[in-house]
Unconditional design. Structure first.
Length: 225
């Protein structure tokens, strides 16, 4: 059995991070299905914070307003091409992007992921998926504590513990520091970024084959020890 460790640097408001997660999930499932001995291998995934800070305001605003601000320099044709490509790739991995809803910042969402990671990596992975889905497909405001409590409970966390956590500033400095380091990291290419077994690096919403190639190399290297 090989333990394959993966660190994912991401932010929830990044559409390519959602696509990247779905492709990573597919890569793991395919590897465990077809690679010799892959079924017995264990994947340890840790989700690392990154603040894109799309919203300059201290309150939630319509997502469409931020899109308009960020893409203001693009022509209508360029925007249409960008959204068409993103939607096409999203549909290929089961994502139906929607542009409505509100958003503030993602600090509390990342703090909640940090809490979940101290208790159950499996629940953490489920929570990340639920928050990404809530923002990109269900048009929910993931900066809302009420929404985050509901999503966390769905992922298996205790509601009272989550409320107490979100009402406090616990781990805020830890998450802020880590997000800052991830943004300032030498050679940073934005998000998503993946570090596999502490040495293999990928960036962007890579195809599953790219992940599988690295998983196989990790497996082979381990077998030679």
């Amino acid at each position: 059995m090989t333990v394959i460790e993966i660190e994912v640097v991401f932010d929830f408001v990044c559409a390519w991070c959602y696509i990247g997660k779905r492709k990573l999930d597919r890569a793991i499932a395919l590897y465990q299905k077809v690679y010799p001995g892959g079924r017995s291998d264990v994947f340890s995934i840790k989700w690392r914070p990154y603040y894109l800070n799309y919203n300059p305001h201290p309150y939630s605003v319509p997502k469409s307003e931020l899109i308009e601000s960020r893409l203001g320099s693009m022509t209508p044709e360029q925007r249409a091409s960008l959204f068409s490509r993103m939607n096409q790739i999203g549909r290929s991995v089961g994502i139906s992007f929607r542009g409505g809803g509100m958003i503030g910042d993602t600090r509390d969402a990342h703090r909640l992921v940090h809490l979940c990671g101290t208790q159950s990596p499996r629940a953490q992975n489920a929570l990340v998926e639920k928050i990404l889905e809530a923002y990109h497909e269900l048009e929910k405001d993931i900066s809302s504590k009420e929404e985050l409590v509901e999503l966390a409970v769905d992922a298996g966390l205790d509601a009272d513990q989550v409320r107490d956590w979100l009402d406090s500033e616990l781990a805020a400095d830890i998450v802020d520091d880590e997000a800052c380091k991830n943004k300032e990291e030498e050679g940073s290419t934005g998000v998503p970024r993946y570090v596999i077994q502490h040495e293999h690096r990928l960036s962007g919403a890579e195809d599953p084959s790219e992940f599988i190639e690295i998983f196989a190399k990790v497996k082979e290297d381990e077998s030679q020890l």
